[in-house]
Design a protein around this ligand. Structure first.
Ligand SMILES: [Zn+2]
Length: 222
């Protein structure tokens, strides 16, 4: 919001400068000459400040469409929380949350940024960036209708390969990223235990009870 207001302020400065060069300002008999350097600066600054919110808005729309696909056409609406949204969010301790009834997915600050970073260089995804991919898939699984955390997480684990490809990651890299999440991040949930343990099940493995035998499962052999 602050970005948009700043952008509008510079747009207004440009408008005022042009108007003053056509219509004499109050108290002046003649229009004031146009200051080209000033106009150039304010015209350049307006889009600079408008770009970040537009970029996030477009990213949210992109994520909403892909989450809807992952949720098997249960309509998802992704919102990337700003730092202020996160501070005011009753679930600020969680990286994300989803409401299966409304399809709304809230991703806390700074996880959308982490996901953007992941999509910029999936071939060298960090531990956190892999977690951001899984966060997106996990919340999409809630929108699909699952509420149990261990089941939701396992559904996500099996679909991270599909999710990464939907987000534009090349097949081989998407497979490696999804398997890395399962073999490293997911197994760490068991080791950490506590609340993290609630997201883990030893039945989430190939051929075990939670295996959905998806043809494009993360752990399916091509
Ligand atoms: Zn969850």
């Amino acid at each position: 919001m602050l970005w948009i207001l700043t952008s509008l302020f510079f747009a207004w400065c440009a408008f005022r400068e042009i108007r003053r060069s056509i219509v004499a300002p109050p108290g002046f008999d003649f229009p004031t000459p146009l200051s080209k350097p000033y106009l150039a600066i304010v015209l350049a600054l307006a889009p600079v400040f408008a770009w970040p919110p537009i970029h996030i808005w477009r990213f949210q729309r992109f994520l909403s469409a892909k989450a809807t696909e992952l949720a098997e056409n249960h309509r998802a609406k992704v919102h990337c929380n700003t730092i202020f949204d996160t501070m005011l969010d009753s679930e600020m301790l969680f990286a994300g949350h989803a409401d299966p009834k409304t399809g709304e997915i809230g991703i806390q600050h700074p996880w959308c940024g982490t996901l953007i970073a992941y999509l910029n260089h999936p071939d060298r995804a960090s531990h956190e960036e892999l977690a951001s991919l899984n966060l997106f898939t996990h919340e999409s699984m809630h929108v699909r209708g699952e509420l149990n955390e261990a089941l939701t997480e396992c559904e996500a684990v099996q679909r991270n390969y599909r999710a990464a490809k939907l987000l534009g990651v090349k097949g081989v890299i998407a497979k490696r990223n999804a398997l890395d999440y399962y073999n490293i991040n997911y197994q760490q949930r068991r080791e950490i235990g506590g609340m993290q343990g609630g997201y883990y099940s030893d039945q989430c493995a190939p051929g075990k009870a939670m295996d959905e035998h998806l043809s494009d499962s993360t752990w399916a052999t091509p």
